[in-house]
Design a protein around this ligand. Sequence first.
Ligand code: NDP
Ligand code: 8X3
Length: 254
Amino acid sequence: LLDPSRFVVFITGATSGFGAAAARRYVEAGAKVVATGRRWDRLVDLQIDLGAENCHIIQLDVQDRAAIDAAIADLPPPFANINVVLANAGLALGLQPAAETDITDWETMIATNVTGLAYTVRALLPGMIHRGGGHIVTLGSVAGDYPYPGGSVYGATKAFVKQFALNLRSDVQGKNIRVTNIEPGLTETEFSLVRFKGDEEKAAKPYSGTKAMNAEDIAETIFWSTTLPEHVNVNRLQVMATTQAFGPFDIYRE
Ligand code: NDP
Ligand code: 8X3
């Protein structure tokens, strides 16, 4: 297995959910983490918990390409040689039928999950290639594999992430860069609260009466995939709660 104490991990969306749990998991294993996100107070709390010597924080909106480039250009030496990227920042907004959706929700999902993720990878990849290798982990979703009502643009953004990761993998052949798309199912984080715009009752529904996965489950999966020996690449990894399985096709009848 690879020694995680040699990792410098750049995480987008480290203020909550998978990103925050992954930051804790990597630091616990001796890695250095660059934690980024929009909510500065959350980043400060994370840094206080993990220690400034282990966790460097940057306020960053992944929709802002210039800000990503500037952040990477300005990293202090202990955090500069990034060799693991967790392109995790993302969100779903709404669950309405396509014809009733708020078009700005679609725009935000595309700008974050597609464009922001592409900016992140494009900004960090050349340095990793230059330094001789590394690992890019993208956060896809089961929603990029299976359709569901109301998931039109969210699922499509995650299908983009999956194909982007696979194309990237073929693109970096011979450069010692590993690429892994993690595709989780139902996991209790702030994801649902964001999807339902702060409506706690609606947000709790997907998790009620069942046992969903939690952020630590996915952080552990991410961590595992990156510590495998250098000659092993997990291409895609779909992970579901044991309580979540598949429904039948939906046949419309008169
Ligand atoms: P959370 O809502 O708990 O965390 C999302 C993170 O993304 C936050 O840290 C948030 O930080 C960040 N983020 C959102 N928009 C931006 C932006 N414009 N710029 C920078 N950061 C941003 O959700 P999860 O941890 O569950 O989600 C993480 C990823 O996993 C997402 O890509 C999501 O689509 C995916 N996923 C989630 C699943 C689930 O069921 N929970 C299942 C499958 C995939 P801030 O608001 O501070 O900027
Ligand atoms: C999050 C899982 O099923 O709510 O990507 O879309 S789901």
